[in-house]
Design a protein around this ligand. Sequence first.
Ligand code: ZN
Length: 223
Amino acid sequence: MHLTSETVESLVEHLSKLPTVGRKTAQRLAAYVLKMPREEVVELARALVAAKDKVKECSVCFNVTDDDPCPVCRSERRDRSIICVVEEPSDVLALERTGEFRGLYHVLGGVISPLDGVGPDDLHVRELIARVATPASSGAAAPDGTVREPGADGGPEGVPVREVILAMNPNVEGDTTSYYLGQLLAPFGIAVTRIARGLPIGGDLEFADEATLSRALEGRAGL
Ligand SMILES: [Zn+2]
């Protein structure tokens, strides 16, 4: 026998699966939902489903977008010679908020973490190397020896990447991933820099304030 409503229990159950939402918070959210006007609940439910159905990954940078390629990759005002590599789409948002960065992004979709069984093949590493190799009209080869077709990323041809900024979170996995990417990018002879100076160790890029993030971006250093 259930002392409370099974329906409410189920809602609490679903809400508590969300990150950072514990059982207590889930109960509070469920109580709030019950008090919301019906139309607002329907709108919330629709927004959840629409986010799932309509939002896709940009085929170039793997950021979340309604249209592929995403607005950043399509923009003619961005500096196509600089690619900033981040872990998650939320990091793109954080960096865009600083208004400081005018280059392009590459979302890895996580970090290398042997403990969690996440290796380079589970991330968009290959695609990053392809982007760096792609615009080289000189026929530069990727580390595996293959030569990529120019313009394969859909962007304008002939803008060689001259810098890759690694903007992983300052923790062990972030360091491991940066080191790995640094090694992989070394043969291309481009600048590989890393932000995170000034970011709190173990902190999350996503939650850094804009000033700190701007400074970290400005103070980036070579690997
Ligand atoms: Zn994109």
